[in-house]
Design a protein around this ligand. Structure first.
Ligand code: IMP
Ligand code: MG
Length: 237
C-alpha cells in the first residue's frame, strides 16, 4: 500500500494572510490547505521512491494535462536531480495526454481524452502516469484501460492528491502525495473552470467563488462536458 501524508477532515488549514496569494483570488478562497513548500518537500520524496522502484529502465513519464503540469514539472526536476547526483541514473522521456471530466465542481459521467501524444507509442515501455488528483478514480481507470490496449511493459500511477470521498470507486494510485478531505481544491495547477491554476498553494475554494466562476450555458448545456472549450464571460472583465 502506498504511504501518503494525510490531511485530516478537521484540518483547519492556514489563514490566507500568512501567505502570498494573488490579489485577484483573495476573496475566493477559504484557507490554504497545503502550502507550496510542503508540496515540494513531499514531491522530492515521491521522486526518490519512484526511482527506487522503477529505476534501472527507461521511464516514459506521461503527464495528464492540464491539472498535472505543475506536479509533473516539479517531480521530473527532482528525478533529474537524483539522476545527476548518484551513480545510477534512469533515462527519462516525456509524453502528454489531455483528459477532461469536470464541469464546475462536479465530475461528469464521461471522461474524454481530448488530445495529446499517441498512446500507441507506449507499447513495450515502462510508463509513469502523473496526475494531479484522484477523486472517484474514473479518469484514471479509463486512462489505464485505454493504455492497456497499447501493451506497455509496466504502468505505475503517481497522483499528488487522493480525495477521501464516498464517491470513490476504490481505485488507489501506486504513489500518493497527500490524502485530502472531500472539498473542492484549487491551486498548483488544479483549476475550477480553468481559473486558479496561477496560484502556488493548494487552497479550499469558497462557495461564493463557485458561483462567481460557474459555467452557465442554458442554451447549450451539453457543451459543459463536451469536447470544445466552454465560452463564458470572465469574472475579471
Ligand atoms: P475522478 O475521475 O473523479 O477521479 O477525477 C479526477 C479529475 O477530476 C482530476 O484529474 C481533476 O482534473 C478533477 N478534480 C477532481 N477533484 C478536483 C478538485 O478538488 N479540484 C480540481 N480538480 C478536481
Ligand atoms: Mg487531472
Amino acid at each position: 500500500m502506498a504511504s501518503y501524508l494525510q490531511i485530516a477532515d478537521d484540518e483547519k488549514g492556514h489563514e490566507l494572510d500568512l501567505f502570498c496569494i494573488p490579489r485577484h483570488y483573495e476573496n475566493d478562497l477559504d484557507k490554504v490547505i497545503i502550502p507550496h513548500g510542503l508540496i515540494m518537500d513531499r514531491t522530492e520524496r515521491l521522486a526518490r521512491d519512484i526511482i527506487q522502484d522503477m529505476g534501472g529502465h527507461h521511464i516514459v513519464a506521461l503527464c495528464v494535462l492540464k491539472g498535472g503540469y505543475k506536479f509533473f514539472a516539479d517531480l521530473l526536476d527532482y528525478i533529474k536531480a537524483l539522476n545527476q547526483n548518484s551513480d545510477k541514473s534512469v533515462p527519462l522521456t516525456v509524453d502528454f495526454i489531455r483528459v477532461k471530466s469536470y464541469c464546475n465542481d462536479e465530475s461528469t459521467n464521461s471522461v474524454k481524452v481530448i488530445g495529446g501524444d499517441e498512446l500507441s507509442n507506449l507499447r513495450g515501455k515502462n510508463v509513469l502516469i502523473v496526475e494531479d488528483i484522484v477523486e472517484t478514480g474514473r479518469t484514471m481507470q479509463t486512462l489505464l484501460s485505454l493504455l492497456g490496449e497499447c501493451h506497455p511493459k509496466m504502468v505505475k500511477v503517481v497522483s499528488l492528491l487522493v480525495k477521501r470521498t464516498p464517491r470513490s470507486s476504490g481505485y488507489r494510485p501506486d504513489y500518493i502525495g497527500f490524502e485530502v478531505p472531500d472539498a473542492f481544491l484549487v491551486g498548483y495547477a488544479l483549476d475550477y473552470n480553468e481559473y486558479f491554476r496561477d496560484l502556488s498553494h493548494i487552497c479550499i475554494l469558497n462557495d461564493r467563488a463557485k458561483e462567481k466562476y460557474k459555467v452557465i450555458n442554458k442554451e447549450r448545456p451539453l457543451r459543459c462536458n463536451g469536447v470544445q472549450e466552454e465560452s463564458f464571460v470572465s469574472p475579471f472583465d
